[in-house]
Design a protein around this ligand. Sequence first.
Ligand code: NAD
Length: 489
Amino acid sequence: PTMAHSKALLVLENFIGGKFVPCSSYIDSYNPSTGDVYCRVPDSGKEQVEDAVKAAKDAFPIWSSKSPLERSQILNKLADLIEQDLEAFAQAESKDQGKTITFARTVDIPRAVHNFRFFASSILHHVTECTEMPTMGCVHYTSRAPVGVAGLISPWNLPLYLLTWKIAPAIACGNTVVAKPSEMTSVTAWMMCKLLDKAGVPPGVVNVVFGTGAKAGEALVCHPDVPLISFTGSTLTAQRITEKSAPHCKRLSLELGGKNPAIIFDDADLSQCIPTTVRSSFANQGEICLCTSRIFVQRGIYSEFLQKFVAEAKKWKTGNPSDPTIDVGALISKEHLEKVRNYVKKAQAEGARVLCGEGVDRLALPPGNQKGYFMLPTVIAEVKDESCCMQEEIFGPVTCVVAFDTEEEVIKRANGVKYGLAATVWSRDVGRVHRVAHRLQSGLVWTNCWLVRDLNLPFGGMKASGIGREGARDSYEFFTEVKTITIKH
Ligand code: NAD
């Protein structure tokens, strides 16, 4: 691993069979807060994926025959090592992704650590099933075994957090893995590889191949010796992965995009609801699949809500992500920033009102960040439900606020998009909260809170937001093959 080359660029290498391996060609990676190229990422393809899959296949017999307790101890050790380097990981994640150092310190890296600890623990507590058939003289029981080489593909918004959410359960269950992080945010995965040996992860159990989706990602998806793919990313890419993996009948877990509603009834506790909804709209620059982007407010409190919500959104400071007082960092890329800005322009052209942020308020940036990909938290009102801003995933610091009258009406409108990932409901009426939660087409429903997660329980989306669930039991089921055995006595 090197800090080399003329301009002291950070140069990453693939991690295959326990060794760092250079690649023949590289992709530039940008620092989103300055617009400078600062890192070179291997541009891997079929050949590198082939080597990684071979290393993973070779490591499988030994790793899969270890006891859950042995694997658990290794995962815990890895968690400790990442935690010891938490600050370095957080700095790297912030620089690579554009997110604020505060978010990386308090959310991304602690959660990556927790992912390993959580699955290190949960793998020790699964039970299989057993039934009896006395009249036949039989008992039946199930047994579960790891599947083989798991292909893991992750996005750029929560780089190490989402990658470890896949690696941890996959290897805890006894699989070996080939992981492909996003080409835009590869640094923390590479840093983690440096700790694997020390943690006791045998060579070949975790292989990381860097590169683009089209080359490295697709080579992994199409590899005949990778029977299962866990993917987090956009719905469009998931469609392509589904097509490409179909000839091999692969097992797929797909965690995709969202267009998440917040439904705010007139009895909501606004003192809680407003700061939480600002956070759910703008945390991590709005680049979280669970972020709120359609806010339905009951008509009686609509103007009060709007005025207070905009005032609260304006408190969020945008600027240099390495400044710990900053709330909003840079978006991932120039192209993405352009795309997000265009949504605001389209809304304006349709007659919607931009209440704060893009095009309305002045964005003042420090001299070193003038070329960064920044955008102010933007609130749009009076957007039509059929507008692209209310239908498509924007994945930036933009949220739309609209009024509604009745419970029946708002459920219909909230469900009126192709996605179904996460919804929030704000009301002090317990009966209503239950009724609405049951009728929302959404894999997760938070009431009177946001982003409170118990990793034991299923996580995932409905409709275009995904297929399958991950969590203690769900990940265990996904990453193992079950067998039913019948014994006649
Ligand atoms: P993306 O789909 O462009 O890329 C995700 C990953 O897939 C990257 O590693 C990419 O290189 C790879 N990839 C791209 N094309 C591929 C192909 N043809 N074959 C194999 N791999 C390919 O998504 P993104 O822009 O990196 O991430 C943002 C998206 O991820 C948003 O839609 C967001 O909602 C979604 N997301 C979902 C969740 C969830 O848990 N549901 C979490 C975070 C992000």
